[in-house]
Design a binder for this molecule. Sequence first.
Ligand SMILES: *[C@@H]1O[C@H](CO)[C@@H](O)[C@H](O)[C@H]1NC(C)=O
Ligand SMILES: *[C@@H]1O[C@H](CO)[C@@H](O)[C@H](O)[C@H]1NC(C)=O
Ligand SMILES: *[C@@H]1O[C@H](CO)[C@@H](O)[C@H](O)[C@H]1NC(C)=O
Length: 186
Amino acid sequence: MKALLTLAFTLALSVVSAAPAPAPAVPSPAQIPFYLVTTSQSHRATSPSSLKNVSATSLFDPYYQPNYLLRLTGPGYLSLSTFTLSNGTLHTTQSGPHGIGTFEYNSTAVVAGSDLQFAPAPQRAGNLALKKGYLLTVDGKEKGWTICAGQLGQAVVFADAVQIEWQGADASCAATYLQAVSTAPY
Ligand SMILES: *[C@@H]1O[C@H](CO)[C@@H](O)[C@H](O)[C@H]1NC(C)=O
Ligand SMILES: *[C@@H]1O[C@H](CO)[C@@H](O)[C@H](O)[C@H]1NC(C)=O
Ligand SMILES: *[C@@H]1O[C@H](CO)[C@@H](O)[C@H](O)[C@H]1NC(C)=O
């Protein structure tokens, strides 16, 4: 999967640098699947693994709820979510609750103090964008993403779950940037 994505990126980049192709034939960077990582730096790094305080992310559904959340994922994961962005909305393919079915999950409109959520349903135009092609923004702003402790408290399995919120105000929330990267950071 990772190798395929890297290949897709390489191919897409070579298409871009190979110059005058007709506009519609060149995929916009936001249409090439990317990983989302959290990092304390807003500028790009030569490689995702050298981003400051970098963490991979993936979708999860701690309560088997219809809307998925995004959490930090350490080394040793089985797979990472990949995304595309169109219409101000992030898209990712994911199996449904309890692993049943496969659906295209779409980010819902991002509002302050709320988790970044993904619903298996079509969405109206969203408020997300990739500034300079890599920095995830809400209404044009890249500052405001926070990493917050999950609401499950003592529940052992998810005790270490941290979720991504927009302008989370809880004492547990730490500011972060979300960057789109072409390869996994670890
Ligand atoms: C680094 O990331 C962790 C979460 O992975 C967070 O708790 C911590 O506050 C971050 N540190 C800095 C300096 O941003
Ligand atoms: C997610 O959005 C896309 C694009 O609007 C749509 O084609 C797709 O059906 C949506 N996913 C689901 C599960 O409805
Ligand atoms: C994009 O957003 C518009 C406005 O809400 C909506 O009508 C349209 O179906 C969306 N397109 C896709 C591909 O999701």
